[in-house]
Design a protein around this ligand. Structure first.
Ligand code: NCD
Length: 283
């Protein structure tokens, strides 16, 4: 049985297999049940997982506000909840405020656990959606300069994509954190957000993130993607954002040909179909 706790649980070949499954015809999984257990808010992740399951002919159950609506509110441990739910479903999609939650769940679950974002640590299924979108737009997952801007410290989407990018040849990561929101543990070149204008012309992918206020980020002057910055980008470059956005990604960017974030959100269903198919039938 395979879990998807960290993007590092997948090697490059497995990532490519899931991306291929996402773009191919989907094998149906009738009579299988996907349970989504969300202890934190979500729009895209939960609904695209449930849509993916339904499109695979699966059934779904779950709770979208598990902190309040599951027995967690009566003091039940995550381990006990997972032990029980894994006897009801064939795969569990878990979002939780604690970094270790998916790992802990995987240690007691009798069915695959999918990390749908735990704390500030990782969000591996968003990464697969990001990679699918990069490949769709750029035609490659190699020879890329990726610039991450904003809340590098608390954005789990950045942490997972940065790890995954190390598996592909000649992918260079640049980090442009807002002051106070750095994460020096990430592999790549760390720069100040004010230097983005010096480097933006070299980027193939600009990955913009929201300030993660629910994790304590509190910047007095957060980043905003201006039209002047976009004008310096390569015409072939793309702009990604995991969404939801705040002021960092103004709506005037939406009409720019480089904007790929609504494709990114739409691709989530096919990619999550690929993920569920892969975990329920690993090759
Ligand atoms: C992200 C998350 O939950 O980490 N959202 C998502 O799943 N698309 C990004 C965010 O909330 O800023």
């Amino acid at each position: 049985m395979k879990h998807l706790v960290s993007i590092s649980d997948l090697d490059r070949k497995e990532i490519e297999t899931i991306l291929q499954l996402a773009s191919g015809a989907h094998k149906q999984l009738p009579n299988k049940i996907l349970c989504s257990l969300f202890f934190e808010p979500s729009t895209r992740t939960r609904l695209s997982f449930e849509a993916a399951a339904l499109r695979l002919g699966m059934n779904t159950l779950g709770t979208e506000n598990a902190l309040l609506n599951s027995s967690s509110s009566k003091g039940e441990s995550l381990e006990d909840t997972i032990r029980v739910v894994s006897s009801y479903a064939d795969v569990i999609v878990l979002r939780h405020p604690h970094n270790e939650a998916a790992l802990i769940a995987s240690q007691v679950s009798t069915v695959p656990i999918i990390n749908a974002g735990c704390g500030s640590d990782e969000h591996p299924t968003q990464t697969l959606t990001d990679l699918f979108t990069v490949n769709q737009r750029m035609g490659r997952l190699e020879n890329l300069n990726i610039g991450f801007v904003g809340d590098i410290k608390n954005s789990r989407t950045v942490h997972s994509l940065a790890k995954a990018s190390q598996q592909f040849n000649n992918v260079q990561c640049y980090y442009f954190p807002v002051i106070g929101l750095e994460d020096p543990t990430l592999v790549g070149e760390h720069k100040n957000v004010t230097s983005l204008s010096l480097h933006i012309g070299d980027l193939d992918v600009l990955y913009v993130t929201r300030e993660q206020k629910e994790r304590g980020s509190d910047s007095s002057s957060y980043f905003i993607l201006t039209e002047a910055l976009i004008a310096q980008m390569k015409t072939t470059a793309i702009i990604l954002h995991p969404l939801p956005r705040n002021a960092e990604l103004p709506t005037y960017v939406d009409k720019n040909m480089r904007a790929a974030y609504f494709d990114q959100a739409a691709n989530a269903v096919a990619v999550r179909q690929g993920i569920v198919q892969y975990l329920l039938n690993p090759r």
